[in-house]
Design a protein around this ligand. Structure first.
Ligand SMILES: C[S@@+](CC[C@H](N)C(=O)[O-])C[C@H]1O[C@@H](n2cnc3c(N)ncnc32)[C@H](O)[C@@H]1O
Length: 285
C-alpha cells in the first residue's frame, strides 16, 4: 500500500520515538501527548511522509510491520518475543496454506504472526484454557482483521486437539512434555513440533519425553539479540539487552520402531580429537 486508505492500520512515530498504531476512520482523531492528529489528514495520503499534530509536533506515517503489531498488542500473559517467533516460523515451515495448531494462545502474540503467515489459504487452531485470556486474544485478532484465519478454542489441551493432520504444532505452556501424546495425534506424519520454555529443567523433561512419543530430529536452541545504538560516529551495542527469553525446542513426528535411536548423541571421539590422537601416534603432534 503506497497510500493510506480508510480502515488501514497505520503506525505513527512521534519525533520523541513514541509509537501509535491506529485504524483509520473517517472523522477519527488520535489524541497524543504531543497534540491531536486527524485521521482525515492521513486518508488518501502517501505513506512514509511526515505530518504535524495540531500543536505542530512532527510524526512519521508508516505501514506497521508484524513486529510492530506484536509489540503493541494488549497482553495479560507473557508473549513470545518477535526474535523467537521469526526463527520459529522458519523452523516449523509455516507458510501460506499451512494448517497450524497452537497450545496456549495467551494474549495471541504468536497467533497473530501465525495467522499472517498462513493466510490466505491456511488456518490456525489455537487452544487456551482460560476464558478471560482467550477473550483478550480474540479482541486482539479481531482488531487486526485476522480472526478469520484462526479458530480459537477454549479447552485444556490435556483433553486433546480436534485436528489430526496438522502441518505444525507449537506448545507454549509450562509443562509441554505432558501433552506430547495429544500433539502426536494432531500432527501429520513428519509434522513439525515446536515449543518454548524458560528454564533448562523444562527442556530436560521435554527432550526426555519427545523420543518416547515418537519424535525425532530434536534440536534445542536459544537466540540472543543485541540491539545497537544507531549513532554513526560511535556505533556500539545498547547498554542493556533482554538476556533471556526462552529455549526453543524443535522435533519431527516420525514413524519408526524406536524414535530414541534418532535422538541419542553419537558416541565416540570427535573428529578433531581423533586427528590429534592420530598425529600424536604418528609422532607428528
Ligand atoms: C505464556 S502464555 C502463551 C503466550 C502466547 N504464546 C503469546 O505469544 O501470546 C501460556 C498460556 O497457556 C495457557 N495454558 C496453560 N496450560 C494450558 C493447557 N493445559 N491447556 C490450554 N491452555 C493452557 C495459559 O493459560 C496461558 O494463557
Amino acid at each position: 500500500m503506497g497510500f493510506a486508505k480508510e480502515n488501514d492500520l497505520v503506525l505513527l512515530i512521534a519525533r520523541d520515538r513514541k509509537r501509535f498504531i491506529i485504524r483509520l476512520t473517517s472523522g477519527g482523531e488520535l489524541h497524543t501527548h504531543r497534540g491531536c492528529v486527524k485521521h482525515d489528514d492521513l486518508i488518501g495520503q502517501p505513506l512514509g511522509r511526515e505530518l504535524t499534530s495540531h500543536l505542530g509536533y512532527p510524526f512519521l506515517v508508516l505501514e506497521p510491520s508484524t513486529h510492530d503489531l506484536i509489540k503493541e498488542i494488549k497482553r495479560t500473559t507473557q508473549i513470545v518475543y518477535p526474535k523467537d517467533i521469526g526463527y520459529m516460523l522458519l523452523k516449523l515451515n509455516v507458510r501460506p496454506g499451512s494448517q497450524v495448531v497452537e497450545g496456549g494462545t495467551g494474549s495471541g502474540g504468536l497467533t497473530l504472526a501465525l495467522a499472517q503467515s498462513v493466510m490466505p489459504t491456511g488456518h490456525v487452531y489455537s487452544y487456551e484454557v482460560r476464558p478471560d485470556v482467550l477473550a483478550l486474544a480474540r479482541k486482539n485478532l479481531e482488531g487486526l482483521g485476522l480472526d478469520c484465519y484462526v479458530d480459537l478454542k477454549q479447552r485444556d489441551i490435556e483433553e486433546g486437539f480436534d485436528e489430526t493432520d496438522a502441518d505444525a504444532l507449537f506448545l507454549d505452556v509450562r509443562t509441554p512434555w505432558q501433552y506430547l501424546a495429544q500433539a502426536r495425534q494432531a500432527l501429520k506424519g513428519g509434522g513439525f513440533f515446536g515449543s518454548i520454555v524458560p528454564t533448562t529443567n523444562q527442556v530436560v523433561h521435554l527432550i526426555e519425553a519427545l523420543p518416547q512419543h515418537g519424535f525425532a530430529d530434536i534440536e534445542v536452541e536459544e537466540l540472543l539479540l543485541r540491539p545497537y545504538k544507531v549513532v554513526p560516529g560511535r556505533l556500539r551495542p545498547m547498554d542493556r539487552m533482554v538476556a533471556h527469553t526462552g529455549y526453543l525446542i524443535f522435533a519431527r513426528k516420525i514413524d519408526a520402531p524406536d524414535a530414541s535411536q534418532w535422538f541419542a548423541p553419537r558416541r565416540g571421539r570427535s573428529r578433531a580429537r581423533r586427528r590429534s590422537e592420530e598425529s600424536k601416534q604418528n609422532g607428528s603432534g
